[in-house]
Design a protein around this ligand. Structure first.
Ligand code: NDP
Length: 456
């Protein structure tokens, strides 16, 4: 049995049955059979189930938001935002899936014709993260299902109740049980999935686990996609229209979901001409955040989801201070029950410090002064990750010049920490390989078959 705890009060929420290698193999066999019939349905029929699923999620949003908040500690308003926001993936599929899954016919020369058919991969494993289980889950399993695959979905152990609720709603919406199965368990259960014979592995999580998966499944020679972490930089130029607005937006990018977003702003560079004013507004904004009970409507900062992260954050703070950083706010856990870490702001930081180099994935930010764009570019590029990079400025050309230099899957001008289904979501280097969302994100769950024919 696996125990699920509430991170805001450390109380046991529920004990649930874990999968074993025998139940996983049983589920895999069911999925193999189910996938054959599922793939024979039209895209419209499959899409209809997903649209019904979307309606059910909206109807049950109160209960689902409660579940999400109880097991992850996400403030309740942010749970509602996530569930509502993720619906844009369903709309995206509604308007685009048929177009992208249709055959491409190419009229050839001299009576020879060619066609590309987009066939499903088969039965795919989706090993997922807990920080945005609706967003990152939908990016994979909804797109995979619409493309005709069966899915073994392993939610993170910290989002298992949400995973089970998602499965129940998919079944109610008409997705057969032998087409979607939830696999419950910790990392060891994920490991069993790697040993089983899936036709593709789609992972969202940390770089170390992603690398392990890549190595483990390499001999199978099946598609592997990895959506991993980041150390995403934001550069504030001195020409921003309003320094206060820039500071408010930057703070939200850094602290939304307690900083536990793959594309959270993880380090900020500010032009020296506005540095002091920016830091003052930033501090004022973060000091105003309501911290505490995630069930309370006004709460903006709840507990961290995982207890272990408290040590990592404390270590980053200690390391920075020992190397000369100035602690403006926070810096430690909050007393009492629950995995609360005070929102933390550090200045006088540099790239010798862990906080500017290693993913924090929590409510902590380093703000560094820069002299000019060249220095900002150099620092922004000084990372092994490549998820997103952002610039706030009124000068589009100048911002684009900086963003062009970034080796990241996404760049933002005057916005940050956002994902849209219209464009691909992808990381480079230690941030991953492959793309979800957009046309590429649906084709990711297919394999092309080239068909040549000649009329005789
Ligand atoms: P982890 O890598 O710890 O876990 C991710 C998933 O992998 C979980 O379901 C976990 O199971 C499972 N797992 C752990 N060990 C193994 C194993 N040996 N074999 C197979 N599966 C295994 O990441 P987190 O859940 O902590 O997620 C946070 C990370 O995810 C951050 O780095 C964040 O940046 C990244 N992320 C990236 C996104 C992107 O789109 N690029 C989006 C969201 C998050 P269990 O939890 O049960 O141990």
């Amino acid at each position: 049995m696996m125990n699920i705890y509430n991170p805001s009060n450390e109380q046991l929420l529920k004990s649930i049955e874990e999968d074993s290698s025998s139940t996983i193999n049983e589920k895999l066999n069911q999925l193999r059979n189910g996938q054959i019939q599922w793939a024979q349905k039209s895209v419209t029929e499959r899409l209809d189930c997903i649209l019904k699923f979307g309606d059910l999620i909206q109807q049950n949003i109160d209960e689902l938001a409660q579940i999400l908040t109880s097991e992850t500690g996400k403030p309740i308003q942010q749970s509602y935002n996530e569930i509502k926001g993720a619906h844009n993936r369903i709309d995206h599929l509604k308007y685009n899936a048929e177009k992208w899954l249709a055959d491409d016919t190419i009229e050839g020369l001299e009576g020879t014709f060619e066609k590309i058919m987009y066939e499903p991969l088969g039965v795919v494993a989706n090993i997922s993260a807990w920080n945005f289980p609706y967003n990152v889950g939908y990016n994979v399993f909804l797109y995979a299902l619409v493309a005709g695959n069966a899915v073994a979905y392993k939610p993170s152990e910290y989002a298992s109740l949400t995973g089970l609720a998602i499965a129940a709603n998919l079944y109610k919406a008409g997705v057969p049980e032998d087409v979607f199965q939830c696999i419950i368990g910790e990392g060891a259960v994920g490991q069993t999935l790697l040993e089983a014979d899936f036709d593709g592995y789609f992972f969202t999580g940390s770089y170390p686990t992603g690398l392990h998966i890549l190595k483990e499944v390499a001999p199978k020679v099946v598609p592997v996609q990895l959506e991993l972490g980041g150390k995403d930089p934001l550069y504030i130029m001195e020409d921003v229209q309003d320094v206060k607005v820039a500071a408010i937006n930057a703070a939200e990018g850094a602290f939304y979901n307690n900083g536990q977003s793959c594309c959270a702003v993880e380090r900020i560079y500010v032009h020296e001409k506005i540095f002091d004013a920016f830091v003052d507004f930033f501090l004022e904004e973060v000091e105003g955040y309501a911290i505490g009970d995630p069930d309370a409507e006004e709460t903006f900062i709840g507990p961290l989801t995982r207890k272990g992260q408290l040590n990592l954050l404390r270590n980053q703070v200690d390391d920075a201070i020992s190397k000369g950083a100035k602690l403006l706010l926070g810096g430690a856990e909050l007393a009492g029950k629950g995995y609360f870490f005070a929102p933390t702001i550090l200045t006088n930081v540099n790239h010798e410090m862990l906080v500017m180099k290693e993913e924090s994935f929590g409510p902590i930010i380093g703000i560094q002064k820069v002299e000019n764009d060249n220095e900002a570019i150099k620092l922004m590029k000084d990372t092994e990750y490549g998820l997103t990079a952002a610039v706030f400025s009124t000068d589009q050309l100048r911002a684009e010049k900086v963003l062009k230099e970034m080796n990241t899957g996404t760049v933002y001008w005057n916005c940050c920490d956002r994902v849209s289904p219209n464009v691909p979501w992808s990381g480079r280097n230690k941030s991953g390989v492959g793309a979800t969302l957009s046309s590429q994100g649906i084709r990711a769950f297919t394999q092309p078959k080239a068909y040549h024919w000649r009329e005789v």
